[in-house]
Design a protein around this ligand. Structure first.
Ligand code: GTP
Ligand code: MG
Length: 257
């Protein structure tokens, strides 16, 4: 059987007003290219890129939505499957920035609970046409506890950083969930073993509770040690990130399942 070329698959989604540069941001990340012609996205499109992070090969399936209102129904149907959502506004358009609160409400309404979010102020190369200050972007990001970066798809500023930051935050969450799941499972085994042991060797209830707490404490300590030996970096700097493989770009519809 052919060897799987990745360890995990993360589904990401790009949303924001029409014309803010979502397709260009994705195109810069996937193909390291930029197009000045505005070809508005029809419905939805996607690209695939595999990156390496914390020794894991992560296949990113990135869905690029149309910002136009008329595609709202089709685009919101893709929110549910997304593990990370990139909200994009254009620093030269106040309206696109004001609409971020509308896009945030869309996420609350249609996305899965616990989805990772990231805010991008795109077109930061157009300093002379700037309408939204970096401060304004940082403020709204802080209010909603979302990581924030100003980007330029044109000049390739912070594009890879943004995708890697979002990927890293999803990875942190996934690692934590896996660790807690495994800990819960082991705790259940310990509990069962102790129940059997207690049936065979009768002991004081207090002693039983004490023994159970001790074993659980050892388990927690073991996991804490394991977690600190294999940290998922706490800061958001992607300097250890290495992009190793670029799958050939594909496009087309389909379902984000
Ligand atoms: N100067 C500059 N122009 C950009 C940048 N990113 C995108 N653009 C331009 O902005 C226009 C719109 O870009 P798109 O990526 O197609 O916008 P979109 O958000 O995908 O729009 P919809 O598909 O309609 O939702 C194009 O003419 C791009 O060339 C950028 O970083 N800097
Ligand atoms: Mg587009």
């Amino acid at each position: 059987m052919a060897k799987k070329s990745f360890d995990v698959l993360f589904k990401l989604l790009l949303i924001g007003d029409s014309g803010v540069g979502k397709t260009c941001v994705l195109f810069r990340f996937s193909d390291d290219a930029f197009n000045t012609t505005f070809i508005s996205t029809i419905g939805i499109d996607f690209k695939i890129k595999t990156v390496e992070l914390q020794g894991k090969k992560i296949k990113l399936q990135i869905w690029d939505t149309a910002g136009q209102e008329r595609f709202h129904t089709i685009t919101t149907s893709y929110y549910r499957g997304a593990m990370g959502i990139m909200l994009v506004y254009d620093i030269t358009s106040e309206k696109s920035f004001d609409n971020i609160s509308k896009w945030l409400r869309n996420i609350e309404e249609h996305a899965s609970a616990g989805v990772e979010r990231m805010l991008l102020g795109n077109k930061c190369d157009m300093a002379d046409k700037r309408k939204v200050s970096k401060d304004q972007g940082e403020r709204i990001a802080r209010e909603h506890s979302i990581p924030f970066l100003e980007t330029s798809a044109k000049n390739n500023i912070n594009i890879e950083e943004a995708f890697m930051m979002l990927t890293e935050n999803i990875l942190k969450k996934v690692c934590l969930i896996v660790m807690l799941d495994s800990l819960t499972l082991k705790a259940m085994y310990v509990d069962r073993l102790l129940t059997v042991y207690e049936a065979v060797v009768p002991m004081q209830e207090d002693f039983h509770e004490c023994l159970r707490s001790l074993v659980l404490a050892i388990l927690v300590a073991h996991y804490a040690a394991h977690y600190s030996r294999n940290p998922v970096k706490a800061d958001n700097k992607p300097e250890t990130v290495r992009v190793t493989q670029r799958d050939q770009p594909k496009s087309g519809g389909g379902c984000c399942k």
